[in-house]
Design a protein around this ligand. Structure first.
Ligand code: NAP
Length: 456
């Protein structure tokens, strides 16, 4: 007898790997169909929301309000959360096929691109990923140590992550105290001696990837002045790029304002530098300086690239933060493209060479690379779910359409699966702890601590 997936008698069963924005938007897109669906969302952490919890800066609370939308999605019938479960380790991807008709991989891009220069791993040279995870209380980075005793720090890269890193370094502790920043980070930042933060772009001011509000924030910091090294000069090609983009016009106006600032007397300075590429990080046992090579731009408007000029400059600094973009990691049993660090796919259908892998889909950063803001993941996930729905007649129904045996399998391995109700209890405990400290929440920063909230 053939099975009709999505009938009340046999709901369509979908596993979603990763509970960040793309995972929730994929779940929502499935909920918006007329089908009966059971959606189980897996996350390796006991907590949901991915980068909204572990990536969005603590001083950007409005962006985090989107979790209210995710709460609604999670409260609908047919939504299950399997927190603290690592797909690929606790549950091989093949095992998901036993219990689910389709799987959507939404596990983001959690590692960093490398500069590939000498000295990259010297103590004092950090990835933005680690710093962001650390100040956001992500369990992976709880033990990471940041020695903030140097006066000069370099941030390499000019995207919004670099902006977050530079801003957190530049803000006073009073500006951060009432946020959900991790207590260990607030303590370390209170002792920070960083006074100068150089934000370094390999291309020019017209090519910096900051969004205008993020760049403008540097003009509103309490005890920090934003400046620019040299003047803002645009070649005719760059001027043409700016002409064609409202956002670039705003950024250039902001940078021109910064270029007119004087940091004398300020307790901190964030200095934007352009057309410089790091070629070496040097120091005796730890970072002491960053060697930069000056660049010029070549190419047509919109596609200009940095070309080295052979001229070098040295920046004496004790800290380097590399913020040049994220990369995804491979999941055992799933095709992976090592060149760009994501899962090969066509509109969300996972591909292996020229072949589509039946029943396997991707959404979010692992599908398209690390670009866009939180909301960008919504149309991206909708596109993937549309493909899944088109494929419905050809999907092979899973052999065991039931989540309970999978839960039993995990329990038999001694794994403590965190349900969505469990997460609500963790959430309440964090908020209560935060209220006592005058913060929106005080996060649990290790898996044990998070699970401990459930035993309290
Ligand atoms: P990004 O926007 O892609 O910026 C990466 C930066 O690194 C660019 O300036 C890039 O320069 C530079 N870069 C890359 N390779 C380099 C190299 N080898 N040497 C020197 N510089 C190099 O990435 P991101 O900052 O990691 O952000 C990821 C996404 O998250 C973005 O879409 C961002 O907008 C989003 N995000 C948003 C917010 C927010 O809305 N508040 C906050 C954080 C992140 P080129 O341009 O020359 O390649």
């Amino acid at each position: 007898m053939s099975v009709s997936l999505g009938e009340p008698s046999r709901p369509l069963r979908v596993a979603i790997v990763g509970s960040g924005p793309s995972g929730f938007y994929a779940a929502e897109a499935l909920q918006k169909t007329d089908l009966a669906v059971q959606i189980d969302v897996f996350d390796r952490l006991p907590t949901p929301f991915g980068l909204v919890r572990g990536g969005v800066a603590p001083d950007h609370p409005k962006i985090k309000n989107v979790t209210r939308v995710y709460e609604k999605i999670a409260s609908r019938d047919g939504f299950g959360f399997f927190g603290n479960v690592t797909i690929g380790r606790d549950v091989p991807i093949e095992m998901l096929r036993e219990y689910y008709d389709a799987t959507i991989l939404c596990y983001g891009a959690e590692t960093d691109r490398r500069l590939g220069i000498p000295g990259e791993d010297l103590p004092g040279s950090h990835t933005a990923t680690a710093f962001v995870g650390w100040y956001n209380g992500h369990p992976d980075y709880r033990e990471h140590e940041f020695d903030l005793s140097a006066e000069v720090a370099a941030v390499v890269g000019q995207g919004n992550v670099a902006a977050d890193v530079a801003r957190i370094l530049a803000k006073s502790v009073d500006e951060l105290r009432a946020t959900d920043i991790a207590a260990h980070a607030l303590d370390a930042l209170a002792e920070s001696r960083v006074r100068e933060v150089h934000v370094i772009g390999r291309r020019g001011p017209a090519q910096a990837k900051f969004t205008p509000p993020e760049l403008r924030e540097f003009g509103r910091l309490e005890s920090c002045v934003a400046t620019v090294e040299g003047a803002i000069e645009l070649s005719p090609t760059s001027a043409a790029e700016v002409e064609g983009s409202k956002d670039l016009q705003k950024n250039i106006a902001t940078l021109e304002g910064y270029a007119a600032n004087d940091a004398a007397g300020a307790s901190r300075e964030v200095r934007f530098r352009f057309l410089e590429s790091p070629v070496a990080i040097e120091g005796d046992g730890r970072v002491e300086r960053l060697v930069l090579e000056r660049n010029r731009l070549e190419g047509d408007a919109g596609r200009q690239r940095a070309v080295p000029t052979g001229e070098h400059v040295t920046l004496d600094c004790g800290l380097v933060f590399r913020s040049i973009g994220y990369r995804g990691i491979a999941l055992p049993g799933v095709p992976f493209d090592d060149r760009w660090g994501g899962i090969p796919n066509t509109a969300g259908r996972v591909t292996d060479g020229d072949t589509v892998v039946p029943g396997l889909y991707a959404a979010g950063w692992i599908k398209r690379g690390p670009s866009g803001v939180v909301g960008t993941n919504k149309p991206d996930a909708v596109e993937t779910v549309r493909c899944l729905l088109e494929d419905l007649p050809t999907l092979t129904p899973c052999a065991t359409p039931d989540s309970a045996p999978l839960a039993r399998h995990l329990a038999s391995r001694g794994l403590r699966v965190v349900s969505y109700d469990d997460w609500r209890r963790i959430d309440a405990a964090e908020i209560a702890r935060g209220t006592a400290a005058g913060k929106p929440r005080e996060k649990g920063t290790s898996v044990d601590e998070l699970l401990g909230f459930l035993d309290a």
